[in-house]
Design a protein around this ligand. Structure first.
Ligand code: MN
Length: 195
């Protein structure tokens, strides 16, 4: 089983994350930000990566540290669980429709973190979550996980649908990319021999 734990303690946040890449999408998520919990639950459910995420952050300041550090810890846990990335499919692409909204997510578990994020939000908050932190969540996750990540909302109207389709698209693309390819299960998927 490809599992990892990350414990991250700073003056701003205390975080415990456990992931199991070969899970069934079981989760227990508590960050103190309800909408962020809802999104991480979608990420787990649709990637089939089991995730326990517990963050106690300085929400009396604002939601920035809690959002950023939770993304970093989940990204670090995924990277640690992938190890030398032997046998993985490496690439994943998913279209995530949600009613009137459609988002495409394409990613490469490359070891070269990058984010392209194109999604228009027209409201300042979803639940209590500041929408300006959504792109920052994806950026922090991509950096920590070492993933080249492209997220593009193709069209949509409802802001809840747009952000949820971004997370569900990430989940489905990640599910493909972390999957062991049975035709090459013992090889690192790069002509360089490492990722
Ligand atoms: Mn929802």
């Amino acid at each position: 089983m490809r599992k990892a734990e990350i414990h991250r303690n700073t003056a701003e946040t205390r975080i415990d994350v456990t992931v199991n890449l070969d899970g069934a999408g079981h989760y227990a998520v508590s960050t103190g930000i309800g909408f962020l919990d809802h999104m991480i639950e979608q990420l787990s459910r649709h990637s089939l990566i089991d995730m326990d995420v517990k963050t106690v952050g300085d929400l009396h300041v604002d939601q920035h540290h809690t959002t950023e550090d939770t993304a970093i810890a989940i990204g670090e846990a995924v990277a640690k669980a992938l190890g030398d990335k032997r046998g993985i499919s490496r690439y994943g692409t998913a279209y995530a429709p949600m009613d009137e909204t459609l988002t495409r997510v394409s990613l490469d578990i490359s070891g070269r973190p990058w984010l392209v994020f194109k999604a228009p939000f027209t409201v300042a908050r979803l639940g209590e979550w500041d929408t300006e932190l959504i792109e920052h969540w994806f950026h922090s996750f991509a950096q920590a996980a070492g993933i080249t990540l492209h997220v593009e909302n193709l069209y949509g109207g409802n802001n809840h649908h747009i952000v949820e389709s971004c997370f569900k698209g990430l989940a489905r693309a990640l599910r493909q990319a972390v999957e062991i390819d049975p035709r090459k299960a013992d090889a690192i998927p790069s002509t360089k021999g490492m990722l």
